[in-house]
Write a protein that binds this ligand. Structure first.
Ligand SMILES: N[C@@H](CCC(=O)N[C@@H](CS)C(=O)NCC(=O)O)C(=O)O
Length: 235
């Protein structure tokens, strides 16, 4: 068995953990097996997966000793710290901290706050008019975040200079923005150019091909019954 078992969903935030493992594997620093979950089919809520991650979210990373790490940032931190020579993030402390600044902001302000309102307004309110208002609020927040993001990106090259996990995560979010109709390719040229450069990296090409997703795939219809939390809690 491979030392690392990754649980992921195609195109989800778990892409970055998947790409990090692929990066290590291509450098012969680690081996992993990837297990696919289909979120629209509710795989994350099945007993088999809840036994691995009771929070019912991807990514989850099972280590060689059977311990399970969840939360994207914790997984990325673990992989970077255990394989510092791989260059997943910069080695220099201030630059590495800048990387965590990007990743933390994407994960908290952008994903957990703004995107949650757009992805799952029905998890917060039962009333449809209220849901529409929540989604509109999420979209306004995202527009604000996209302008902030664009202003911080370089015209050329990658977010931290050298290619890193930050660029991969920015590209995962770029794909979401595109699928949800924000047209970043038209309004945010630096972000669009960065995503194009990231797709040229072999590690990203291999990871996305393995997941069966790309930058132009359309958003499938939202299966509302599966997006609701069974016990009514917000998550
Ligand atoms: N804070 C967590 C968020 C994990 C998360 O929300 N994952 C999503 C996919 S991007 C998920 O599993 N959603 C399934 C669901 O909420 O039912 C992290 O960064 O790993």
């Amino acid at each position: 068995m491979s030392p690392y078992q990754l649980y992921y969903a195609p195109g989800a935030c778990s892409v970055t953990a998947h790409a990090a493992l692929e990066w290590l594997q291509q450098q012969k620093l680690a081996r992993y097996t990837a297990h696919k979950l289909l979120l629209p089919q509710g795989d994350q809520r099945k007993a088999e997966y809840l036994a691995i991650n009771p929070r019912g979210k991807v990514p989850a990373l099972m280590l060689a000793d059977g311990a399970v790490l969840t939360e994207t940032l914790a997984i990325l931190r673990y992989l970077h710290a255990t394989h510092p020579q791989a260059g997943l993030l910069p080695g220099e402390v201030a630059q590495e901290a800048r990387g965590w600044e990007w990743l933390s902001w994407l994960s908290s302000a952008v994903q957990s706050h703004a995107f949650m309102l757009v992805f799952y307004p029905m998890r917060f309110l039962a009333d449809e008019a209220g849901q529409a208002a929540l989604e509109a609020h999420g979209r306004a927040l995202l527009q604000h975040h996209w302008a902030d993001l664009e202003s911080r990106l370089p015209e050329q090259g990658f977010a931290l200079g050298a290619f890193s996990l930050v660029d991969i995560h920015l590209t995962v979010f770029y794909r979401w923005a595109k699928r949800y109709g924000f047209m970043p390719q038209r309004h945010h040229p630096r972000w669009a150019a960065l995503a194009a450069r990231v797709l040229e990296q072999p590690v990203m090409a291999v990871t996305l091909a393995a997941e069966g997703v790309n930058l132009t795939d359309a958003l499938p219809p939202r299966p509302a019954h599966l997006w609701q939390i069974p016990d009514g809690s917000m998550a």
